[in-house]
Design a protein around this ligand. Structure first.
Ligand code: SF4
Ligand code: SF4
Length: 428
């Protein structure tokens, strides 16, 4: 992508995808100003964030065009909703993986006709984007891959399956050997489904290359995030969050290059003592439910109140990039074994017991020098709400202050949340 691209009219492409073009334009008109006020108002941003500003300005344009071109060249587009779906396998079979979780309220009245009202905003949002015909990503997807994680998603995929070509992976809820065997079989079932869809057969060299490419993306994100442990925060939490959010759907080698360029810049900033926050800004780690674009609400509240977010134990955070698939090569079976273990190692609250997530939070709070932790749960997100108790207890035992918040995508509670966050920062 270049930042000198002329404005292009994508209406024909959107119509071809079956979007409701007027409604879609209204959505884009809402996201543009929100991005401007949350992101472009920040001072002293790393120059490399210009790439992400450009990506956001073309979120439903150029990237969608690239996906159409990829399909015209014989490739596939695979939509996913969860960090457990292995991108390496999708890529090795000629697919581009795109994250479909959505972070804005859309068509909720229509959604509430097919799903219970007390469903989390993330599920309502992706269903609203589908029912309202405003998401060119899902309309580009040859297949969406769901997973049996929380009850809400599991049942929502039954409804989604009537509207779109859907494959559901059964994710176990424990991590015993028999659960691992089930997940290994599900990985094989995914391979078979993608082979059928693409008309290709999984090859060892393609899988080896895909493992390296996706690892490179994760390594770049690890570098960017490691820089946030510096005493003088070189990047805002909002910008770091955006880099991970975009990583779910951007072109992999390009994203890797751009994130590495930002990491170079951050490392130079650390050397030079350049920071985006005052030296006495309170450092916050955020943990809990995922935050999909354009959900920047909690980060924006914290950073508007004078704090700085230094780390995220989220699926749009460390759970996405922390672990890699070993690059030992070997047979297809051996690589699929390695993929099985890497993904089963992610610590989502839908697992029980899930002590490793609690350990991760305490370790990260110490590594990033967090003054306090905000545990964020979406309303009606049972797994993270329940686990909030265990997390709070462990943090208190470790002497780390914690604030638990429960919210949704609306801005109705923004004032009240700001007051609570301000009081928390003051108390630290
Ligand atoms: S929170 Fe759990 S269910 Fe949701 S994306 Fe993350 S791993 Fe998947
Ligand atoms: S795990 Fe929570 S946030 Fe994610 S889909 Fe389920 S209820 Fe929603």
């Amino acid at each position: 992508m270049s930042d000198t691209v002329e404005t292009v009219d994508y209406t024909e492409m959107w119509e071809g995808l079956g979007l409701n073009v007027p409604a879609h334009c209204a959505l884009l008109k809402a996201i543009g100003p929100a991005y401007e006020s949350v992101y472009l108002s920040q001072e002293n941003r790393p120059e490399g964030m210009g790439y992400f500003d450009f990506v956001m300005s073309e979120i439903h344009g150029l990237r969608i065009q690239e996906l159409q071109d990829h399909k015209a060249d014989g490739g596939t587009v695979i939509g996913t909703f969860c960090v457990y779906v292995p991108e390496e396998i999708i890529r090795a079979l000629g697919g581009q993986s795109i994250g479909l979780c959505a972070g804005a309220e859309w068509a909720f009245p229509e959604v509430e006709q097919v799903l219970p009202r007390n469903t989390c905003a993330l599920i309502k949002s992706f269903m609203g984007f589908k029912l309202g015909k405003v998401c060119p990503y899902i309309e580009s997807a040859d297949l969406v891959v769901g997973e049996t994680t929380c009850d809400g998603k599991k049942k929502a995929y039954e409804v989604l399956g009537e509207l779109h070509n859907t494959h559901v992976m059964e994710l176990p809820q424990m991590k015993r050997p028999e659960d691992r065997a089930l997940w290994r079989a599900e990985i094989d079932r995914l391979v078979a489904e993608l082979e059928r869809l693409s008309g290709r057969t999984l090859q060892a060299d393609a899988l080896t290359a895909a493992i390296t490419e996706v690892n490179d993306k994760r390594r770049a994100l690890q570098r960017l995030n490691a820089a946030r442990a510096a005493a003088a925060a070189p990047i805002s939490g909002k910008d770091a969050l955006l880099a991970v959010q975009v990583a779910f759907y951007d072109d992999v080698p390009r994203l890797t290059q751009m994130v590495n360029a930002i990491a170079d810049e951050l490392e130079a900033r650390i050397e030079a003592g350049v920071s985006v926050a005052p030296a006495d800004a309170k450092r916050i780690l955020i943990t809990g439910s995922p935050m999909a674009i354009p959900n920047w609400k909690v980060h924006h509240i914290v950073e508007s109140a004078g704090g700085v977010v230094v780390a995220e134990e989220l699926c749009t955070g460390s759970r996405y990039y922390d672990t890699l698939v070993p690059e030992d090569g070997g047979t297809i079976e051996e690589m699929l074994d390695a993929i099985t273990d890497k993904y089963l190692g992610v610590n989502c609250a839908c697992f029980t017991p899930n002590e490793a997530r609690v350990d991760d939070i305490v370790r990260m709070a110490e590594e990033y020098g967090a003054d306090g932790v905000i545990h964020y749960a979406l309303q009606f997100c049972g797994p993270y709400q329940f686990e909030g108790f265990t997390v709070e207890k462990a943090l208190r035992e470790a002497g780390i202050p914690v604030l638990k918040i429960e919210t949704d995508y609306s801005m109705e509670d923004a004032g009240q949340l700001s007051t609570r966050v301000e009081a928390f920062l003051e108390m630290l």
